[in-house]
Design a protein around this ligand. Structure first.
Ligand code: RUB
Length: 313
């Protein structure tokens, strides 16, 4: 697959979910580096920077994407020779993919410890990290039942329901707006994350914050399963996470909209759940309260302020 093809698949959501997007971007950079034959290091760097820019521009919210691209690209600035620059970049891309897969695995094992035999778990959207916890608990012989939301407008809940059903897990498939109605039957909620800010707010699929609010009201635990590269370093220097708003076509057809001249369709893809409604964040490095986001960014992503201030105007 060419880099442009990967970019298009991310944009059209054929490749979706923050972890998968990050791995696809790393793979695309790796493959692109192998495909091009630049005359010198400078041309290589320019070509790779251009490729990185195309990938990062595909979807604005999941911080796993710029984090993955940054991990692969940043050390390129220190290289002095073309062949080793190429080799090192390709190795970093492969090692990101491996570490990402291992992280999801580890999160599953850690998260399963928060699920008890007989628990009813609610999940929203289709998160491999969140599902990893549920699948692991089931694999360990726990008798669990799941509420999975539909996830309008793109129906990612269908994928979740399929995965759970294939694993033989009893699943209730509900429309998004039924989450509060069923909350009294739920023991804990687990979702994934597209980004986590320095103040511990969790950005995830639209509707997550309503579910967290309903869980809070019902005293039901709300857990987030997320690899450390879902934390957003640049929120330390005040950068905000842009909430993607996708085409109205996903909600109402053009034809339908023509008949409703006073109606504007709004289609935000993600929302923000404040840290107050999140009990724990399960990462590959352990389980943390959302208040520890700053420490995770500093210690796990090895990010330092000089790094960031150098990019500031
Ligand atoms: C996917 C979504 C997922 C997170 C985490 O949104 O909100 O909950 O990306 O997923 P979309 P994962 O379908 O719009 O990409 O744990 O798989 O990274």
């Amino acid at each position: 697959m060419t880099l442009e093809e990967t970019a298009e698949k991310i944009q059209t959501m054929e490749i979706r979910g923050a972890g998968r997007i990050a791995r696809a971007a790393a793979q695309a950079l790796h493959d692109h580096s192998q495909t091009i034959h630049p005359a010198d290091l400078l041309t290589y760097c320019q070509e790779m920077e251009k490729a990185a820019g195309i990938l990062v521009a595909t979807r604005p919210t999941a911080v796993s994407l710029p984090n993955a691209v940054n991990l692969v690209m940043k050390p390129l600035k220190k290289e002095s020779e073309l062949q080793s620059a190429k080799k090192n970049l390709e190795e970093r891309a492969c090692s990101f993919i491996t570490r990402s897969e291992e992280a999801v695995n580890k999160i599953g094992k850690i998260g399963a410890k928060h699920i008890r035999d007989g628990d009813v778990v609610l999940t929203h959207c289709n998160s491999e990290a969140a599902l990893g916890c549920i699948l692991k608990a089931h694999e360990q012989g726990m008798n669990i039942e799941v509420y999975a939301t539909e996830v309008r407008p793109r129906n990612q809940g269908h994928i979740t329901a399929r995965t759970l059903s294939d694993a033989g897990i009893r699943t209730n498939f509900i429309v998004d707006s039924a989450a509060r109605h069923f909350m009294k039957e739920v023991d804990l909620c687990i979702t994934g994350a597209d980004a986590i800010t320095v103040n511990g707010s969790v950005i995830n699929k639209i509707g997550t914050s309503q579910i967290a609010l309903a869980a809070h009201e019902a005293r039901v635990s709300f857990l987030v399963a997320a690899e450390t590269y879902k934390f957003a370093p640049r929120t330390i220097v005040g950068e905000r996470i842009l909430i993607e708003e996708r085409t109205p076509d996903e909600i109402l057809s053009k034809e339908m909209r023509k008949k409703l001249p006073y109606v504007t369709v709004r289609n935000p893809t993600f929302d923000i759940t404040p840290a107050d409604y999140v009990d724990y964040i399960i990462t590959e490095a352990g389980v943390f309260p959302p208040e520890m986001a700053y420490t995770i960014i500093k210690e796990q992503l090895h990010w330092d302020n000089d790094d960031m201030s150098s990019d500031l105007p």
